[in-house]
Design a protein around this ligand. Structure first.
Ligand SMILES: [Fe+2]
Length: 498
């Protein structure tokens, strides 16, 4: 392995040693540059705070214990708070001093006898920080959201949206704990204030559950759609008329997982012999239109909208095979690039509901992930997208670049961090009246020069460094975050039974 690759892998492993201390409102040291005077608001980040617990290294990043950071920018400078999410599983394992639950890629200790016929998986609460109705949530796609105090980050409730997220009649879900899955990528229509989301109920047969809450915050009765084949779906997008889902063909070792012989991940395979199913689900709850597209794998949508001809234009990051995300020992052993088929590329799909056609093309020849588009662009055409990326000439399983994609100009701006790295970039607007990239970009990562965990503040137009803030200890950059320019106050959030 080259020294550059080795250094990147070592930096990645250092940042994932596990967060040891929970801190409240600590001032952050400025390593480089100066804090911009106009940056005011709070960045929330969610991810696995540790990938080893109670003597066991988790089998995947996706299993790490959920941990949320807040970075507050105000007249006092930049200040950070961080806390693990107190899920009931996290608390029970802390009390027991050992792993008690199965996870997506991690069996609990004790072999087949301990895992067989145990349908209860740990809610990791580690995928996304989401702010809605002045509430802060830590989301995990296979279970209930956790509501947090946006100021102290204390865990407030396992929120079932007034019991709408509890299964009532379905025997399989009742066995598996009654809780319905709520994906980590809810969408809020900026025009109507409505909240939409989905969940994929796994088991011997899958079921797609679609959620909708009005501007009043009241969740409607979820729509239930049985699926005729097994799929993987992590994200979706919203247009003026539709919820758009890409159901990627997959096989799951359901029987072996129930027998404790597999984890969900070890039993999962991409099935390139079947098409990707495109679901256009009308927002009014009427019958979905299902079309076929070439087999492919999509973790993340970018955005979607409808053109003047009523066609749905969907932008998403698509690979030809299931991408693998690393755990530290895999990164350190990774002397070869990930297979090219695993690299996700920015694609445009044009879905015509009248002609029942789907056309797809690659828009940028840059492999990238964790895309960020301003929420206010949802249901409308967007111009700017920011994302993490690897060097396509020397791809690694660690994101060493931030890229800015200008969809109108078809141009790409690259900021190189190697052998350091950066996680998902989140945009903080300076002026909503600008062309859409006037502001800052914030990304957690690891600064190779100082050997410190860092929060990078970039000029969102140029990706140039504005300020690098040192974290008190390295923190994994996690998956998804949110920027809030107005303060959230937990006591002002509407009451809801949980
Ligand atoms: Fe995601």
């Amino acid at each position: 392995m080259s020294s550059l690759r080795r250094a990147t892998a070592e930096n990645w492993a250092r940042a994932h040693r596990g967060v040891e201390a929970e801190r409240s409102d600590v001032a952050l040291e400025v390593l480089r540059g100066a804090l911009p005077a106009g940056l005011r608001g709070t960045l929330y980040r969610c991810g696995p705070g540790r990938i080893e617990a109670h003597g066991t290294q988790y089998g995947h990043l996706f299993d790490g214990d959920g941990h949320v950071c807040s970075f507050r920018f105000d007249d006092r400078g930049a200040r950070m708070s961080n806390r693990y999410v107190r899920t009931r599983e996290f608390l029970a394992e802390q009390r027991a001093g050992r792993l008690l639950y199965r996870s997506f890629a991690t069996p609990k200790p004790g072999g087949i006898r301990a895992n067989a016929f145990d349908p209860i998986f740990k809610n990791a609460a580690n995928t996304s920080a989401f702010v809605h109705e002045r509430r802060l949530y830590a989301l995990w796609e296979m279970g209930l959201p956790h509501a947090l105090d946006p100021d102290t980050l204390e865990t407030l409730a396992r929120d079932d949206f007034s019991q709408r997220l509890l299964a009532r009649e379905d025997p399989w879900t009742r066995v598996a704990g009654r809780e319905l899955p709520f994906s980590a990528h809810p969408r809020v229509d900026p025009a109507t204030g409505e909240l939409f989301n989905f969940g994929l109920v796994n088991g011997p047969a899958q079921r797609l559950v679609l959620y909708r809450a009005g501007r009043d915050g009241v969740m409607r009765e979820p729509e239930q759609h049985p699926l005729d084949a097994l799929h993987f779906v992590h994200d979706f997008s919203l247009t003026a008329r539709f919820r758009v889902l890409l159901l990627c063909p997959a096989r799951f070792g359901v029987a072996r997982t129930m027998l404790g012989l597999d984890t969900p991940l070890s039993g999962m395979r991409f099935d390139g012999t079947r098409p990707t199913r495109v679901w256009l689900c009308p927002r009014d709850g009427s019958k979905p239109l299902v079309l076929d597209a070439p087999a492919g794998f999509v973790f993340h949508h970018v955005n979607a909208y409808e053109d003047e001809g009523g066609r749905v234009v969907l932008h998403a990051l698509r690979s030809d095979a299931l991408p693998v995300m690393p755990i530290p020992r895999d990164v350190l052993a990774n002397s070869v690039a990930p297979p090219r088929a695993e690299l996700p590329y920015y694609c445009e799909m044009v879905i015509d509901p009248l002609r029942r056609t789907v056309r797809s093309e690659r828009r940028f020849d840059v492999p990238c992930e964790l895309p960020f588009v301003q929420g206010e662009r949802m249901t409308r055409a967007h111009r700017f997208v920011w994302a993490t990326a690897t060097d396509p000439a020397r791809p690694q399983r660690v994101f060493t670049r931030i890229v800015k994609l200008d969809v109108s100009e078809r141009s790409v701006t690259v900021r190189e961090f190697g052998p350091g790295y950066a996680g998902e970039p989140v945009f903080a607007a300076r002026d909503d009246g600008g062309r859409g990239d006037d502001g800052w970009l914030l990304a957690m990562g690891y600064d190779h020069g100082s050997q410190r965990g860092a929060l990078e503040v970039m000029d969102a137009r140029t990706l140039e460094n504005v300020c690098t803030l040192a974290l008190p200890e390295p923190v994994p950059p996690g998956f998804h975050g949110a920027w809030v320019s107005a303060p959230c106050v937990a006591s002002e959030a509407p009451a809801r039974a949980s």
